[in-house]
Design a protein around this ligand. Structure first.
Ligand code: MTE
Length: 302
């Protein structure tokens, strides 16, 4: 475990970072100490992280991918091997105490990795269940030290013209960006993945580091993160920018709200090919539905 000594010039965390990130972390630490680290983790897993479905075969999850920087074809896994995975750095900027750029290996020394299997539902009505390895998004936000005025967290993906031929397609508004509210970021589900099936996250799945938001359509889960920015205004996001009638900011999974061109009532499981009913918030409503209380005038499900 890494214990970071505070330089004397650092302000107390609570005056900068919204209290829920700081408090959440302290409570977690206190809880873990009281129960013993293993029992605390075990309890959390049992409650929220049992996907209730067979894990998708690794071959299917790593050879059928959406990654428009390479191509709008699903078969990009070989081309994606050309994207260098190291050295890799991530910039934190916008409404933060101080902009920072972290080398990925240094950032990873500040976090505790855990395994979480999540259901993953693409807006195109296919789904998979994948065992991610990573750490909570709330931990990343705490490291970025946003100001209390920050209301949104925006994620930006790498643009490597040498490795990514799809970037030359003028139809798409690259770089790929996505965003969540600061309240969503503080929830327990959002995850930053650096591994898959117990191995480093492969480039085609967003290696070396990506976002995972299991209750939202998969396009919100941006791959290959290089920049995390904090804003007061809602940022523009890749798919909404491209086609706001079909893709919105919230994009929460809902079987009762069809895509303008197809039904969202069912999903096809990669691997088995089985068709199963889709569940609201992809089955994670107990954890996230309260985030949207009072927002019924928003287009929450597209
Ligand atoms: N991230 C980037 N940078 N570029 C993309 O094209 N596609 C999204 C999302 N993240 C995409 C992205 C979409 S549409 C989906 S469904 C998921 O990644 C797919 O993730 P997977 O290939 O790991 O299943």
């Amino acid at each position: 475990m890494i214990i970071r000594r505070k330089p004397v010039w650092e302000l107390p965390e609570s005056s900068i970072t919204p209290a829920r990130f700081v408090l959440g972390r302290r409570k977690l630490v206190a809880g873990a100490l009281a129960m013993g680290p293993l029992s605390a983790l075990g309890a959390a897993r049992a409650a929220h992280y049992d996907p209730g479905r067979p894990i998708t075969p690794e071959h299917d999850a790593t050879t059928y991918n959406n990654y428009y920087e390479f191509s709008d074809d699903k078969n990009i896994w070989q081309a994606a091997q050309a994207l260098p995975q190291a050295p890799w750095s991530i910039k934190f900027d916008g409404l933060v105490e101080k902009p920072q750029t972290w080398a990925l290996e240094d950032l990873l020394k500040q976090v505790t990795l855990e395994d979480r299997a999540y259901r993953h539902r693409c807006v195109e009505a296919w789904a998979m269940t994948v065992p991610w390895r990573g750490f909570p998004l709330s931990r990343l936000v705490a490291l970025a030290r946003p100001l209390a005025s920050a209301k949104y967290v925006q994620f930006q993906t790498i643009t490597n013209n040498d490795a990514m031929p799809g970037l030359a397609n003028p139809v798409y508004p690259f770089p790929y960006t996505e965003a969540v509210t600061i309240e969503e970021a503080a929830n327990i589900l959002p995850f930053i993945a650096t591994g898959l099936y117990g191995k480093p996250l492969p480039p085609q799945n967003g290696g070396p580091i990506r976002l995972v938001l299991p209750w939202k359509y998969g396009f919100k889960s941006a791959k290959a993160l290089v920049r995390v920015s904090f804003t007061e205004k809602r940022p523009e996001t890749f798919w909404r920018d491209l086609n706001p009638n079909e893709y919105g900011f919230w994009a929460n999974v809902n079987p009762d709200v069809p895509h303008p061109r197809w039904s969202q009532a069912h999903e096809r499981l990669l691997g088995s090919g089985e068709i199963v009913p889709t569940r609201i918030y992809n089955g994670y409503g107990d954890q996230v539905a309260q985030l949207y209380a009072g927002l019924q005038n928003e287009m929450l499900f597209r």
